[in-house]
Design a protein around this ligand. Structure first.
Ligand code: A3P
Length: 345
C-alpha cells in the first residue's frame, strides 16, 4: 500500500516537473534567449532616468515577444497604446552597398534587444513616387518599437542614388549611416550573379561578365557598366560627404562579416552607442550553408535565404586583375577618407 502511494506521488511529481520545464521552455522561446533574460543594465544606463521609469528592463524581454505579434499585424490600437509602442523614423540606416552584405548586417543587428529592423527595403528616398508620399508614409512603414529602441532600415540603392543624401539630411541631419563594403571586384561579380539569376529565370539572354566589364573597343574597364560604377565607393561617398560629416558614417567590412561577424558587429554596436549585447552565442557557423547563421534563443535560429551566398561564375583571371588595378586608386582614396584600411588587393 505504502509502496503504491509512493509510486503515485513520484508520478505526480514527474508530471508537475515536466509541466514546469515545458512552461519555461515556452517562455524562453516566446520571449528571447536565456542570454536575453539577463538584466539589461547597459541599456538602462543609455535610457536615462525617464526611460528607466517608463520601461523596466526585464519587461523589455517579454515585450519583444509582443512586438513580433504586432509586426504580424495582430495588434489592436488599445494594445499598441497599452504597451507604449510607437512607429519611429529610423535613427540609423544601412545605405548600401548592394551585395555588400546589407541583409546579413541588418539581420545580425536585429539580434540586439535594443534594435528593431524594418524587414522590407522601403525605398523611400530613392524612389520619387514613394518620396512624394511624404515622411508620414515612411514612418508608417516602420515596425512597432518601444520608444527607447532604435529602428534601422536598409535600402542599398540609397548609396548610389543622387538625390538621396539631401533627402535624408532633410529628414534628420544627425542620423547614423552604415555602409557595408566588400572588395570591389568581388562585389561587382556578386552584383552580376544576382542579375544573371534573374535573367536566367525569365529565359532572357545574357552576356558573360567579362563582356560587360571590359569595353571591347578599348580593352579597358567599362566604366559605364553599373556593377563597376557601384564598386567605385569613393565617388559615391564623396557625394554623401557634401551633406554629412564623416563621423556620421560607419564602414562595415563585408568580407569580414562573412568570416568573422562578431567583431564587426561589436564595432557597429559601439558606433550606435549600444551596449554590447550580441554575443558568440547568437552566431554559429553552418557548414552546409558555408555562412554564419543567427541564433535568437535555444529554439529559434535561422540562416539567411538561399539568394544570399550564391555561387559566382568563374571569371577570366586577366579580367579580375584588370578590374583590381582599376579599383586600386579609388580604394586608396576610400581608405584615406574613411580612416578604415581594408586589405583589398
Ligand atoms: P554573395 O551572394 O555574392 O555570396 P546583400 O544582402 O547586400 O545583397 O549581400 C549579399 C551577400 O551577403 C552575399 O553575397 C553573401 O556573401 C553576404 N553574406 C554575408 N554574411 C552572410 C551570411 N551570414 N549568410 C549569407 N550571406 C552572407
Amino acid at each position: 500500500m505504502l509502496f503504491k502511494q509512493q509510486a503515485l506521488l513520484r508520478q505526480k511529481l514527474f508530471v508537475l516537473g515536466s509541466l514546469a520545464i515545458g512552461s519555461l521552455l515556452y517562455l524562453v522561446a516566446r520571449v528571447g534567449s536565456l542570454d536575453r533574460l539577463q538584466p539589461l543594465c547597459p541599456i538602462e544606463n543609455r535610457l536615462g532616468p525617464r526611460g528607466r521609469a517608463d520601461f523596466p528592463a526585464r519587461a523589455l524581454q517579454f515585450k519583444r515577444g509582443l512586438l513580433h505579434e504586432f509586426r504580424k499585424g495582430n495588434a489592436t490600437k488599445d494594445q499598441i497604446r497599452l504597451h507604449n509602442l510607437v512607429q519611429q523614423l529610423p535613427q540609423a540606416i544601412i545605405i548600401g552597398v548592394r551585395k555588400g552584405g546589407t541583409r546579413a548586417l541588418l539581420e545580425m543587428l536585429n539580434l540586439h534587444p535594443a534594435v528593431v529592423k524594418a524587414s522590407q527595403e522601403i525605398h523611400f528616398f530613392d524612389n520619387d513616387e514613394n518620396y512624394a508620399r511624404g515622411i508620414e508614409w515612411y514612418r508608417r512603414k516602420m515596425p512597432f518599437s518601444h520608444p527607447h529602441q532604435i529602428t534601422i532600415e536598409k535600402s542599398p540603392a540609397y548609396f548610389i542614388t543622387e538625390e538621396v543624401p539631401e533627402r535624408i539630411y532633410k529628414m534628420n541631419s544627425s542620423i547614423k549611416l552604415l555602409i557595408i563594403v566588400r572588395e570591389p571586384t568581388t562585389r561587382a561579380i556578386s552584383d552580376y550573379t544576382q542579375v544573371l539569376e534573374g535573367k536566367e529565370r525569365k529565359n532572357k539572354t545574357y552576356y558573360k561578365f567579362e563582356k560587360l566589364a571590359i569595353d571591347p573597343n578599348t580593352c579597358e574597364v567599362n566604366t559605364k557598366y553599373k556593377a563597376v560604377r557601384t564598386s567605385v565607393y569613393t565617388k559615391h561617398l564623396e557625394r554623401w560627404l557634401k551633406y554629412f560629416p564623416i563621423e556620421q558614417f560607419h564602414m562595415v567590412d563585408g568580407d569580414r562579416l562573412i568570416t568573422e561577424p562578431l567583431p564587426e558587429l561589436q564595432l557597429v554596436e559601439k558606433f550606435l552607442n549600444l551596449p554590447p549585447r550580441i554575443s558568440r552565442y547568437n552566431l554559429y557557423f553552418n557548414a552546409t550553408r558555408g555562412f554564419y547563421c543567427l541564433r535568437f534563443n535555444i529554439v529559434f535560429n535561422k540562416c539567411l535565404a538561399g539568394s544570399k551566398g550564391r555561387i559566382h561564375p568563374e571569371v577570366d583571371p586577366s579580367v579580375i586583375t584588370k578590374l583590381r588595378k582599376f579599383f586600386h586608386p579609388f580604394n586608396q582614396k576610400f581608405y584615406q577618407i574613411t580612416g578604415r584600411k581594408l586589405n583589398w588587393p
